[in-house]
Design a protein around this ligand. Structure first.
Ligand SMILES: NC(=O)c1ccc[n+]([C@@H]2O[C@H](COP(=O)([O-])OP(=O)(O)OC[C@H]3O[C@@H](n4cnc5c(N)ncnc54)[C@H](O)[C@@H]3O)[C@@H](O)[C@H]2O)c1
Ligand SMILES: O=C[C@H](O)CS(=O)(=O)O
Length: 485
């Protein structure tokens, strides 16, 4: 089990670990036990500016390497991350709270992006276009966009970083990275792993610190060509506005409000099991988790009985305890949001089928009981705003067209889920759902080989898949005049 000293340098610029220019530090605590883990460097615009200079300086050499050389680096990073999985998972759980079994799965996922883009680095093809003019030859060549600013969230502090770093490095970009203040130690260990894999100075630069000042620096810096952000829609809007003056390219992975639709022809045991798994993974703190469940009236009683029976078997506790199914929320603000959504729903007529209050257990941290609601209505906050906690509203529906309308009635468009054993119904409904990701009898769509991303106010662009690398690339079109003999 990794232990940290009282202070950990979490600013890494041009190959050197350093203090913040301001000498400021920030405490990192365990959200389950509230114990202090360590103080970390807390940088600002001065550190952010220095990081961009280092990344700009390193760009020519890194982008000048062959695809094979960049690929080999990413393979080495993959191998080292797999070797250090247990240590990384323990660090992740200590600062973020999720159960170790989920943290291990996240490290596997994080490493898979290094593996996938080690492979894709060698497949960033251009093309020759058949010219309509015999005196011209036309081609398109992909080129790395340049210095990339990556800003990441606390809920998946490993995979949200590698989902950006891997394609950026594969394409030949250099990176300045700001992790979430709640989870800087996972970012610290990932950069340490990259160092061990042979990271050249300036290729990846880490600046843990003040989000607003660092963000302002990178939004206004002319050498930052792309901002790739994963986080709330609210912050995504700020970054869009702040990048507009320079027309910066943006890749945005934002908030969600996933509907689950359980049809009468579904496997109800599977639907109950996967709805539970989706909702309560990471204590409900995932962008693609079930936020509302629509159950066809004819199977309401059977489904609700199965779901509530399973919820009662979930055990809460510290993520470092192997028997834990649900860990803490990330902080007190997160608990207050869950309580606010619950209070609002009950005041507007919802009934609590299970749970309904903070968990008073063996740990002093930010725990909330897994909670299931019925008699919910569209007017409730929980049916419209991302709760980001263990609160699950259930609502009956009558027919297919009505539930599709209800499912689409949101500004979000990240993920949606359908449970049915009818191929015809699955295809009909999937085509009409206004979401970037649709799960059919599945609630875990995120894999490195597929393009992950939302529509509407859930984001712009894709991460993963063959598509993900193109966020970090500019396509140059070359028109060449050829003299005939
Ligand atoms: N679509 C996805 O793939 C995806 C994945 C994970 C999380 N999320 C979303 O992220 C949110 C939860 O994560 P969070 O609480 O860390 O989100 P957040 O938006 O509060 O913070 C995300 C990152 O942005 C930084 N940040 C905050 N304000 C900023 C500013 N003004 N300028 C620059 N940076 C700023 C934070 O420090 C953090 O590093 C949820 O909405 C969740 O749905 C989306
Ligand atoms: O929180 C959002 C993450 O993208 C969840 S997942 O790791 O993609 O399932």
């Amino acid at each position: 089990m990794t232990t940290f000293s009282r202070y950990t340098k979490t600013i890494f610029i041009d190959g050197t670990w350093q203090d913040a220019k301001s000498r400021r530090t920030l405490l990192v605590q365990n959200p389950a036990t509230l114990e202090a883990i360590t103080e970390v460097s807390h940088g600002d615009e001065r550190d952010a500016e220095q990081a961009v200079r280092a990344a700009r300086q390193a760009f020519s050499e890194w982008s000048g390497k062959t695809a094979r050389e960049r690929s080999q680096f990413l393979y080495a990073a993959y191998e080292k991350m797999k070797e250090q999985k247990e240590e990384l998972a323990a660090i992740l759980t200590s600062e973020q709270g999720k159960p170790l079994k989920e943290a291990r799965a996240e490290i596997d996922s994080a490493a898979s992006y290094f593996l996938w883009y080690a492979e894709e680095a060698n497949r960033l093809y251009g093309e020759i276009i058949p010219s309509s003019n015999k005196h011209k030859r036309l081609m398109v060549i992909p080129q790395p966009i340049g210095v990339v600013a990556a800003i990441t969230p606390w809920n998946f502090p490993a995979s949200m970083i590698t989902r950006k770093l891997a394609p950026a490095l594969a394409a030949g970009c250099t990176v300045v990275l700001k992790p979430a203040p709640e989870t800087p130690l996972t970012a610290y260990r990932i950069v340490k792993i990259l160092e061990e894999a042979g990271l050249p100075p300036g290729v990846v630069n880490l600046v843990a610190g003040d989000a607003v000042s660092i963000g302002k620096c990178w939004m206004s810096h002319p050498d930052v060509r792309l901002i790739t952000f994963t986080g709330s829609t609210e912050v995504g809007r700020l970054l869009m506005k702040g990048s507009a003056d320079q027309v910066k390219k943006l890749s945005l992975e934002l908030g969600g409000h996933a509907p689950v639709i359980v049809f009468e022809d579904a496997d109800l045991d599977l639907a109950a099991e996967l709805t539970l798994a989706s909702k309560f993974r990471n204590c409900g703190q995932t962008c693609i988790c079930a936020n509302r469940v629509y159950v066809q009236q004819t199977v309401w009683d059977a489904f609700v009985k199965k779901l509530t029976a399973k919820v009662q078997q979930l055990s809460l506790g510290s993520g470092l305890d192997e028997t834990t199914d649900i860990g803490p929320l990330i902080n007190e603000e997160a608990v207050r949001k869950v309580q606010d959504h619950l209070d609002d729903a009950v005041q507007k007529g919802a009934s609590v089928l299970y749970g309904g209050k903070r968990w008073e257990g063996a740990y002093p941290g930010y725990f909330f009981e897994p909670t299931v609601l019925a008699n919910v209505t569209k007017e409730m906050k929980v049916m419209n705003e991302e709760t980001f906690g263990p609160l699950l509203p259930l609502q009956p529906f009558a027919d297919e067209m009505e539930v599709i309308r209800q499912a689409n009635d949101t500004p979000y468009g990240l993920a949606a889920y359908i449970f049915t054993d009818s191929l015809h119904r699955a295809y009909r409904v999937m085509e009409k759902l206004e979401y970037g990701i649709v799960g059919i009898n599945d609630v875990f769509p995120a894999v490195a080989e597929a393009p992950f991303g939302g529509v509407k106010q859930s984001g712009l662009g894709k991460e993963g898949g063959k598509e993900g690398i193109f966020e970090f690339v500019e396509l140059k079109y070359v028109s060449m005049g050829i003299r005939s003999l």
